[in-house]
Design a protein around this ligand. Structure first.
Ligand code: PNS
Length: 189
């Protein structure tokens, strides 16, 4: 006979409500997936907005990283480019930040899993390919993901928008109204 007190302690099985289903296994919490979408955004176009939306198919948060030092003299200042992006992409899961220095360092500092870039045409490919390889070299854990924009936006670029706006062309379907207004302001001074 087993002595009282020496019996191994058994936990009573959890009571399930009569006819109730098995409790669902608790989903393992995972860190939010952060994507960095870098560029000059001089200015942001409907094409950029489209890519940001598409990035949410694999990311929980997108950080739009606006380069401080761009190769060419930008039309808009850094502050203007950031402000226009914030107006064009107003959703809580998108953060717009300026960055200086190497993109790979910035992406690592913000805990990004991926760098997002858009590919519109074959002509984009060589530069993008070089950049992706260099960024992998600098930050091996971060992958570059290329996204293709909506078909009717493939021809769109910031430089074309600037040129059309400079000569008074209609860009209303290519950019957010705030950008259209900013362009008008730049070119009618
Ligand atoms: O919109 P753009 O001009 O094509 O964007 C280019 C940008 C800003 C993403 C790229 O020039 C860049 O990453 N600059 C930061 C400096 C850097 O990391 N250079 C090395 C890239 S391999």
């Amino acid at each position: 006979m087993t002595q009282r007190g020496s019996r191994p302690h058994r936990r009573a099985p959890a009571r399930r409500p009569r006819g109730g289903a098995e409790p669902a296994p608790r989903a393992a919490a995972r860190a939010p997936r952060v994507a960095v979408y870098p560029g000059s955004f001089d200015p942001v176009t409907r094409g950029h907005e489209d890519l940001i939306r598409r990035a949410f198919t694999f990311a929980d948060r997108v950080i739009v990283a606006v380069a401080m030092n761009v190769a060419k003299q930008p039309l808009f200042t850094l502050e203007e480019r950031v402000a226009l992006l914030r107006q064009a992409v107003d959703r809580p899961e998108v953060e717009v930040r300026a960055f200086d220095g190497l993109l790979a360092d910035f992406a690592r500092d913000v805990g990004a899993a991926v760098i997002v870039r858009g590919l519109r045409a074959v002509s984009d490919f060589e530069y993008e390919f070089q950049m992706a390889l260099m960024n992998r070299n600098l930050a091996p854990g971060i992958e570059t993901v290329f996204l293709v924009p909506a078909f009717d936006l493939t021809y769109l670029s910031s430089s074309l928008v600037r040129e059309v706006a400079r000569f008074g062309g209609d860009v209303s379907h290519l950019v957010h109204p705030a950008v259209q207004q900013a362009l008008r302001h730049k070119f009618t001074r």
